[in-house]
Design a protein around this ligand. Structure first.
Ligand SMILES: C[S@@+](CC[C@H](N)C(=O)[O-])C[C@H]1O[C@@H](n2cnc3c(N)ncnc32)[C@H](O)[C@@H]1O
Length: 369
C-alpha cells in the first residue's frame, strides 16, 4: 500500500512509470478520470442510439466496423472510433481474435431494448440536452433567474419520456396503484383521472391502456409536449378515453376527479403549495392524490450516494432552474425528501399524507383530503 492510499501504485500498474509523482486521493483522481470519460461517452451513447448502432449490433450479433457502418448507412471511420470508445467504457464487447464487436445480453438490455426497465439512452439524451444549456445555467447562478423546462433542447422532453416510461410500465399498475387505498377498484369500475405535468403522457397512456372503464386527461403547461402526447395516445388507440390539454398545475380545469397524479413534476413547479391547493379543489371528496418524486432521504448526508449524485446534478441543471423560472420560485429541487414534501402537501390543505411505497429511484406518496 502506498502512503497516498494506493494511487501511485495503481497508476503505475495501469499506465507504467509516466505517472510517478502523482499524489492525490485515489478516489478523487480515478473518479474524476472515470467521470471525464463518462462525460465524453454520454454524447457517443446518444449518437449510437440516434443512428441505430446499438440496435443493429444487438440484432446482427458480432460484426466489424465495416459491417456495422454498412448496415446503418454510416461512415466506417467514425463507427470504428465509436466502437473502440464504447468498448473502452464496457458498453460494447470487443473480440481481439476476430477484431469484431458485439453486445452482451446485459449490454443489449440496457442500450438496445427500448422497453427494458434498464434502458439508458433516454437518460443520456436528457443529460446531453442539459449539458447544452450550461452557459444559460451558469448565467442563472449569477442572476438568480430561472430556466424553464420549455426552454431546453427537445432531447430533454423525448429523453424524459423514454427514460421514465419503462419504470412506469414496470411499477405503476403492478405496485404503485395497489399501494393506494381503494384506487385500483375505482379505476376498474370507471374513474376520472387527471395526470398533472404529464409531459409526453407516458404515465397517462399506460393508465388508459390498463383501465378501459376509466377516462383520463393529461395536463402540462408545455404545448409541444401536449401535442406529442396526443399523437402518442392516438397511435396507442386510446385517444377517445385519454385526452391531453395545455394547462398549468395552478389552473387545470375540472372537478370531482377520483385520482389526480403528479409524476416527477411537483418539485419542478414554482408554487407546489398552490398546486396542492388546486389539486385539493379538483378532487372528489374521497379522491386520492398520487405523487411520485425522485427517491431522496431527508438529510443531505444521506443522499450523498450514486442515486443522489445523479439527481442533485440533474436538479442543478434542470429541476431547480425550472422551479425558479415560475411564479413562486420555491426551488424544492429533485432531492426534496419526504419531510419537505409532506410540509408542501399539508400546507396546500391536505390532511393525510404518507409514503405508500418506493423504489430505489422513486418515492410514491398518497395524499387524501
Ligand atoms: C420531469 S418532467 C415529467 C413529465 C412526466 N410527468 C413524466 O413523468 O414523464 C416535468 C414536467 O412537469 C411539467 N411542469 C413543470 N411545471 C409545471 C406547472 N407549473 N404546471 C404544469 N406542468 C408543469 C413540465 O412541463 C414537464 O413536462
Amino acid at each position: 500500500m502506498c502512503p497516498d492510499g494506493g494511487t501511485t501504485g495503481l497508476l503505475r500498474t495501469k499506465w507504467g512509470s509516466r505517472w510517478p509523482s502523482i499524489r492525490t486521493s485515489s478516489t478523487t483522481f480515478l473518479d474524476n478520470l472515470a467521470d471525464l470519460g463518462a462525460t465524453f461517452l454520454a454524447a457517443n451513447i446518444v449518437i449510437g442510439d440516434k443512428l441505430g448502432l446499438y440496435k443493429e449490433l444487438a440484432a446482427s450479433g458480432p460484426c466489424s466496423s465495416e459491417e456495422l457502418a454498412q448496415r446503418t448507412g454510416t461512415t466506417e471511420r467514425y463507427v470504428r472510433e465509436w466502437l473502440r470508445g464504447q468498448a473502452a467504457g464496457g458498453y460494447v464487447t470487443y473480440e481481439p481474435a476476430t477484431e469484431g464487436y458485439h453486445l452482451s445480453e446485459e449490454q443489449a438490455f440496457a442500450l438496445a431494448q427500448e422497453d427494458s426497465p434498464a434502458f439508458m439512452p433516454g437518460a443520456f439524451q436528457m443529460a446531453t440536452s442539459a449539458v447544452k444549456d450550461e452557459p444559460r445555467i451558469a448565467e442563472a447562478f449569477r442572476t438568480g433567474a430561472g430556466v424553464g423546462w420549455h426552454e431546453h433542447h427537445q432531447d430533454l422532453f423525448q429523453g424524459c419520456e423514454r427514460f421514465f416510461r419503462p419504470g412506469y410500465k414496470a411499477n405503476l399498475v403492478a405496485a404503485w396503484l395497489p399501494a393506494l387505498g381503494g384506487v385500483v377498484a375505482k379505476l376498474e369500475a370507471g374513474a376520472r383521472v387527471a395526470d398533472i405535468g404529464c409531459g409526453h403522457g407516458a404515465s397517462t397512456i399506460i393508465l388508459a391502456q390498463s383501465f378501459p372503464n376509466s377516462s383520463f386527461v393529461g395536463f402540462d403547461y408545455h404545448e409541444p409536449s401536449i401535442e406529442w402526447a396526443r399523437k402518442t395516445a392516438a397511435d396507442a388507440g386510446v385517444a377517445e378515453r385519454c385526452r391531453f390539454e395545455v394547462a398549468s398545475a395552478a389552473d387545470f380545469p375540472g372537478t370531482g376527479y377520483d385520482l389526480v397524479a403528479c409524476f416527477d413534476c411537483l418539485h419542478d413547479m414554482g408554487d407546489p403549495i398552490g398546486a396542492a391547493t388546486h389539486v385539493l379543489d379538483s378532487l372528489a371528496r374521497d379522491g386520492t392524490w398520487l405523487i411520485v418524486e425522485p427517491f431522496a432521504n431527508d438529510r443531505v448526508e444521506d443522499n450523498l450516494n450514486p442515486v443522489g449524485r445523479v439527481f442533485y446534478n440533474a436538479s442543478t441543471l434542470i429541476c431547480t432552474p425550472a422551479s425558479l423560472s415560475q411564479e413562486g420560485g420555491l426551488g424544492l429541487g429533485a432531492q426534496a425528501g419526504e419531510g419537505r414534501l409532506r410540509d408542501v402537501v399539508l400546507e396546500g390543505g391536505f390532511t393525510r399524507f404518507h409514503r405508500a411505497t418506493e423504489t430505489p429511484f422513486n418515492l410514491v406518496f398518497e395524499a387524501r383530503p
